[in-house]
Design a protein around this ligand. Sequence first.
Ligand SMILES: Nc1nc2c(ncn2[C@@H]2O[C@H](COP(=O)(O)OP(=O)(O)O)[C@@H](O)[C@H]2O)c(=O)[nH]1
Ligand SMILES: [Mg+2]
Length: 219
Amino acid sequence: MKVYLEQEILQENEHQAEENRARFGGVFVVNLIGSPGCGKTTLLEKTLTALKEEFRMAVIEGDIYTTKDARRIEACGVSVVQVNTAGGCHLSAEITAKAASNLNLGALDLLFIENVGNLVCPAEFDLGEDCKAAVLSIVEGDDKPAKYPLLFREAGVVVLNKCDLQPYTNFDMDSALADLRGLNASAPVFSLSAAKGEGLDPWFDWLRSAVAEKKGRQT
Ligand SMILES: Nc1nc2c(ncn2[C@@H]2O[C@H](COP(=O)(O)OP(=O)(O)O)[C@@H](O)[C@H]2O)c(=O)[nH]1
Ligand SMILES: [Mg+2]
């Protein structure tokens, strides 16, 4: 019975996700997924600040409680909608649709969705995004891609954050990359430090190409 219910929930979610995808139109939508504290909001702050003259952007912030992340995004001068799941461990397509109804999608190039901090459930729920971005900070350990395979398999792009802390950790980059490549042969992997602003240019360039490619597909 439990399996049946779960399937039903996922099927309903899939239906709404398809509607969201249609509504997003030519906007490139990135669903950022990673553990609490891996640096998703910091990565967004740096990205929005760097690209806000270039692209029309907005953010949907998913958190269990508080508007703390939305305030950080607002301070970057970008429109933001905060969603509080009040205990829910992931965003659903339905929640995303409600949040997106507060945004003028026709006036956007790029929409980021910061999912609830969690390496497990968010990977199961399609929100209608173009791409899941898996964010892993190296202090979480090189074993995490192998231990949380769904997210890394589903990811269209992987960010390895907090690389400035490499000297203080035993993170084995070769081992993490080997596990990652076993799960996902094609996703680009960007090693960077969001807080220090180091290694961000390849990530920005990837976003530029993705936005252009999405626009090209619509015309
Ligand atoms: N050393 C270091 N700290 C970082 C980096 N990125 C984020 N942080 C810190 O990690 C903590 C959590 O970051 P936050 O962006 O709120 O993570 P989120 O929960 O994934 O949104 C904050 O104290 C950040 O300053 C990084 O690249 N290097
Ligand atoms: Mg955050």
